[in-house]
Design a protein around this ligand. Structure first.
Ligand SMILES: Cc1cc2nc3c(=O)[nH]c(=O)nc-3n(C[C@H](O)[C@H](O)[C@H](O)COP(=O)(O)OP(=O)(O)OC[C@H]3O[C@@H](n4cnc5c(N)ncnc54)[C@H](O)[C@@H]3O)c2cc1C
Length: 272
């Protein structure tokens, strides 16, 4: 049950990007102390039981509200309950924000790689850099490669990040894998793994100078770590934040497929 360890947050804004992606903004009366890139835990009472899950904070510590970019896992425990929330609903937010997925100050070249909601900690880091320095002090450089199936999955962040590129310290490269659905898309196509070397090499994000940060889908993280290792990045130069375990994901996919087959079979028997 929620206790003194939690603040109460009020949902003040919710933007549904698609059936399974939404941006949630909460107001808390107290000041939450954190470093850009860290995560907190959101808790809700579901069927009499208190459930909590960790989420990367999208907002910068300079902002008054807390923002999250969340994907609905249809067979999950927590997110289907979260999806029922309407403005003014309340949730619990852990007071203690944790995590080591923060900018490494030993380097001034930051190669960031994300799939869909994995962009959350990077938005926090980039907004913080923007609020602190704007277009001044361009000694640090950021390259963010953001992958998704469709361009709508980038949510409001594509426009925000493309706008910040004009300040001269950020390069943002969105890429979509289901490009055949979007014949008018003029950006990169394929998965982040397909284009990361090309952009990193072209813009000088080599292992000699850079730190790489990888966040999102566990298979993407494994693939990117392998390819950066082949590009001479050392272990300590590659940081990652994994949202879920690959093994759990495979088990849940098998379960979903089994459920779908059972549903299809019962639909067919119903048709007959
Ligand atoms: C440090 C950290 C930060 C995180 N930040 C975010 C964030 O900013 N945004 C966000 O959407 N999620 C984030 N997550 C994932 C989040 O904590 C939950 O795991 C997720 O929302 C699913 O919760 P659930 O209870 O609905 O599903 P569960 O019942 O916990 O999971 C059901 C199954 O779904 C799989 N699964 C979990 N997440 C996903 C997913 N996104 N896609 C496909 N399968 C999945 C799990 O492997 C599990 O087997 C983060 C996780 C960690 C560890």
């Amino acid at each position: 049950m929620p206790s003194l360890d939690f603040f109460t947050g009020e949902l003040i804004d919710r933007k549904d990007i698609s059936d399974t992606l939404a941006v949630f903004r909460f107001r808390i009366d107290e000041q939450l102390c954190f470093t850009a890139g860290q995560y907190t835990t959101i808790g809700l009472k579901c069927d009499g039981e208190f459930i909590e899950r960790p989420y990367s904070i999208v907002s910068s510590p300079y902002e008054r509200t807390l923002e999250f970019f969340i994907e609905l896992v249809p067979n999950g425990f927590f997110t289907p309950q979260l999806w029922k929330l309407k403005p003014r609903a309340t949730i619990q937010i852990r007071q203690r924000v944790v995590g080591h997925f923060t900018l490494d100050p030993s380097s001034d070249r930051h190669l960031m790689i994300a799939t869909v909601t994995g962009v959350a900690p990077f938005i926090s880091m980039i907004r913080t850099r923007h609020y602190k320095e704007g277009s001044n002090g361009n000694h640090d450089q950021f390259l963010l490669i953001h992958g998704a199936s469709h361009s709508t999955d980038f949510g409001p962040y594509r426009t925000e990040l493309e706008g910040l590129c004009s300040e001269g310290w950020l390069t943002y490269v969105p890429t979509i894998s289901r490009h055949w659905d979007e014949p008018n898309w003029r950006g990169e196509i394929g998965r982040v793994e397909d284009i990361v070397r090309k952009h990193a090499d072209q813009l000088g994000f080599s292992s000699a100078k850079s730190i790489a940060y990888v966040c999102g889908h566990p298979q993407m993280i494994a693939n990117v770590k392998n390819l950066l290792t082949r590009a001479r990045y050392l272990k300590h130069q590659i940081r990652d934040e994994q949202y879920f375990a690959l093994h759990d994901f495979e088990v849940s996919q098998t379960r979903t497929r089994a459920n779908d087959q059972t549903t299809q079979a019962s639909d067919k028997s119903f048709e007959r």
